[in-house]
Design a protein around this ligand. Structure first.
Ligand code: AMP
Length: 401
């Protein structure tokens, strides 16, 4: 059991909280703020217990350089509004300016440091840099579940230089829900996987097969790799040709274990990815076996959504990661939204439903069913790695109770 923020003495302590404020920024404003909101319980708790709070996060991929569009300044404005409290901000995450800003904090104050990834040492898990971060605080809390699969200075290195490293409430909640799913899922246990890349999802599919998943529902572009491997014509749909053999092996292994393995039976297709200027893209829904070599599959069809919904009817545990189609571009969001509604209905019937990964999470919001889902995971890669049975470096590095 890892130390919890609740186990720490926080009064007048400088508390470094690694949060995941990696949110979309558009025109200098925060878009979807669910990751920020998800970290509020830990921040509020620290304030209420008289801590001097130092928040640190990454945003985007500035690759060790100061890049304006990845500044956390819009986040501090948004956070101040959300909390109804002025949050301080400093343009660097270490060195004299950061030290000065921390020294100015009174009990209950909050400071946000500038993007950790403006420093190349962050992603290198550099020890000197980790020490500099640690020197800002008395105790460390990690609430950034979404980054816990990365061994970086702010998630791993820093823990070697602080007396105590604890999990925040969001981190604890993620570990509790996801932990329950991988150790003791209620059956029938159904996993829905989508998105583009089969290769990214192989470890999790294998782990799910080993952990006794009862049904695997595969949608999104990754389904075409399975379909092509079985000999279907998939036209110009996205396929990972290097994964065809692996796809066959996975399917065989699943079937040997008596796992129901569902792939789409119909799909929405277009006759070109890039429409010729001025030409309207023609979309139609057709059975998979009617696909000719010129077509591109963009989304699962209504029949497939119906099959998937039927497979969910008796489910007691559902995990879902990855969209069913190119859901960013309506109407190719229909399959994903349909699945979002089906998992929400399963949750209403008492199933434990866990949705992870940015795309599926936004689909759930778009379908207006987010509040019916048991647990919306803030992690994408971290959730998949955790469900694959890997210990996350950012969790392993925390102090034991
Ligand atoms: P991943 O990062 O592997 O979870 O993939 C997410 C991406 O898969 C999203 O950006 C979707 O647009 C994309 N995607 C899903 N289905 C398809 C499809 N049929 N063709 C092309 N891209 C797809």
């Amino acid at each position: 059991m890892k130390l919890s923020v609740k186990d720490l003495q926080l009064q007048s302590q400088r508390v470094f909280i690694r949060v995941d404020f990696n949110v979309p920024i558009k025109d200098g404003k925060v878009g979807d703020d669910s990751r920020i909101k998800a970290s509020l319980p830990t921040i509020q708790y620290a304030i209420e217990h008289g801590a001097r709070v130092i928040l640190a996060s990454h945003l985007g991929r500035p690759k060790g350089q100061r890049v304006d569009k990845y500044s956390l300044r819009p986040v501090v404005e948004h956070l101040s509004q959300l909390m109804g409290k002025q949050i301080a901000f400093v343009e660097d995450c270490v060195g004299a300016p950061a030290e000065k800003a921390v020294a100015a904090l009174a009990d209950g104050d909050v400071l946000l440091l500038q993007n950790l990834r403006f420093r190349p040492e962050e992603e290198k898990n550099d020890d000197g840099f980790s020490q500099q971060l640690a020197s800002l605080c008395d105790v460390y809390v990690n609430d950034a579940f979404g980054t816990a699969h990365r061994a970086h200075a702010s998630t791993v290195g820093i823990t070697r230089h602080v007396s105590k490293a604890a999990a925040g409430f969001l981190m604890e909640k993620e570990l509790e829900y996801l932990g329950r799913v991988i150790t003791d899922p209620e059956h029938p246990f159904v996993a829905i996987l989508g998105g583009a890349k089969v290769s990214d999802k192989i470890p999790v599919i294998n782990a799910l097969i080993d952990r006794g998943v009862d049904k695997l529902l595969i949608g999104g572009a990754m389904a075409y790799t399975f379909l092509k491997a079985e000999g279907f014509t998939v036209g110009k749909s996205l396929v990972e040709d290097s994964m065809l053999q692996t796809a066959l092996e996975i399917k065989k292994r699943a079937e040997e274990k008596g796992i129901q393995f569902l792939v789409p039976t119909d799909h929405q297709v277009v006759d070109s990815y890039e429409p010729v200027k001025g030409e309207k893209i023609v979309t139609k829904t057709i059975p998979i076996e009617f696909t000719n070599i010129g077509l591109v599959g963009m989304d699962v069809g209504v029949e497939t959504v119906g099959h998937f919904a039927s497979a969910l009817a008796d489910a007691r545990t559902i995990i879902w990661n990855g969209p069913m189609g190119v859901f960013e571009e309506p109407p190719f969001d229909e399959g994903t939204v349909g699945v979002a509604k089906a998992v929400a209905e399963a949750a209403d019937r008492g199933a434990t439903v866990i949705v992870g990964g940015g795309d599926s999470v936004s689909a759930v919001s778009r379908a207006g069913v987010a509040d019916r889902i048991t647990h919306i995971s803030t992690g994408g890669g971290a959730t998949l790695e955790f469900l694959s049975g890997d210990e996350l470096p950012g969790v392993a590095a925390l102090s034991d109770k």
